[in-house]
Write a protein that binds this ligand. Structure first.
Ligand SMILES: [Zn+2]
Length: 271
């Protein structure tokens, strides 16, 4: 089990044992920019996974879990598309191997949630109660809860500024602090890294000349294997991701999801 705030999970999922959860916190409050210094051979982004038809394709389902007016106003189609592009470009290894393809499936806005069969989630959001995630995972409405793929929550930060990544009942998810949702890139790569099974790597020591890695976080960290360095996923991290990726892909291929099937049909893609 990875590091987690016990109190957080107690209010989040009283109905499920913590053993179902693999979550990680990211304690950095301020967005961390990508390093500009890279080794000459390191992949820096610039190509998209979308042209690689043999890579597993994952749906992205966004869910607004706050009624903060700035968060609501900022979660635009343009921003969601930027994030789809970001993952297609940079959910990749330091050697430039793309690890998956991503496509937006749906966005559960406050209106969608309010007018769904799971309006209790909406009530929890506007009334600031702590039942919204518990209710979410029980929701059967496919417009609110995707039965497969990756779920990305835009979360409030009234009492907890952290972002999280993990899996719930076999579904990878990330909860992103709305302020970072609107402007950060690193947090998405970091939390999805967790959702795909990667833990924290230790930040380079000051003056060591070591280079930062997207999974850097000192609490509970492990040193990267000797010789591995770089901003995106190093070879050992990429291997972990591919293993978890293939488990997810196999499971999701068997999961009924008419919403996703329609998105794929409309864009002439197949699962
Ligand atoms: Zn983390």
């Amino acid at each position: 089990m990875r590091k987690m705030t016990v109190a957080f999970w107690v209010w989040l999922m009283p109905a499920f044992l913590p053993t179902f959860i693999d979550a990680n916190d990211d304690g950095s409050i301020e967005p961390t920019a990508e390093p500009t210094e890279r080794s000459a051979t390191e992949y820096k982004g610039g190509t998209s996974a979308l042209s690689q038809g043999d890579l597993p394709l994952f749906s992205l389902h966004f869910v607004l879990m706050t009624d903060n007016t700035k968060a609501v106003a900022g979660a635009t189609e343009t921003r969601l598309k930027e994030l789809e592009n970001l993952l297609n470009e940079k959910f990749a290894s330091t050697t430039g191997e793309h690890l998956a393809r991503f496509k937006i499936r749906s966005f559960a806005t406050l209106d969608v949630i309010k007018n769904s069969g799971c309006s209790e989630i909406y009530e929890s959001i506007v009334n600031r109660t702590n039942t919204r995630y518990g209710n979410y995972w029980k929701c059967k409405d496919p417009n609110v809860r995707a039965p497969q793929g990756i779920t990305i929550f835009i979360k409030h930060h009234d009492t907890d500024k952290l972002s999280y990544g993990g899996q719930m009942k076999g579904l990878p998810f990330a909860q992103i602090n709305w302020e970072r949702f609107l402007k950060d890139q690193r947090v998405f790569l970091h939390e999805l890294g967790h959702a795909f099974g990667v833990g924290h790597s230790c930040p380079p020591k000051k003056g060591s000349g070591g280079r930062p890695n997207v999974m850097n976080f000192s609490k509970g960290c492990k040193e990267l294997p000797a010789g591995e360095a770089g901003w995106l996923f190093t070879p050992s991290q990429a291997e972990k991701i591919k293993k978890r990726r293939d488990t997810y892909a196999k499971k999701f291929a068997k999961t009924k999801d008419p919403v996703w099937d329609k998105v794929l049909a409309d864009s002439l893609l197949t699962r």
